[in-house]
Write a new protein. Structure first.
Length: 84
């Protein structure tokens, strides 16, 4: 992988507001910077001029995780199933 993102992949960024490190979720800015730096070093994020973007390996892991929990759905026949 070349580290670029695929626009056809699930794009969570399109559904989430853009956040700044300053005060987001009550996390100190220094802690957010350290976490972002570790994610860049670990290959999960790519730093660009306009911010940080998820790397292809991270996008692939997200897709796999979402695929694992996806369940087929259909019309409900009015009966319950018990899963043990």
């Amino acid at each position: 992988m070349d580290g670029t993102t695929d626009s056809s992949a699930l794009d969570l960024e399109a559904h989430l507001p853009r956040l700044t490190a300053r005060g987001a979720f009550g996390i100190k800015e220094s802690a957010a910077r350290a976490a972002l730096s570790r994610m860049v070093t670990g290959g999960d994020l790519i730093r660009t001029v306009d911010g940080f973007h998820r790397s292809s390996p991270l996008l692939e892991r997200c897709q796999r995780a979402l695929h694992e929990v996806r369940q087929p759905t259909g019309p409900w026949g009015g009966e319950w199933e018990i899963v043990g």
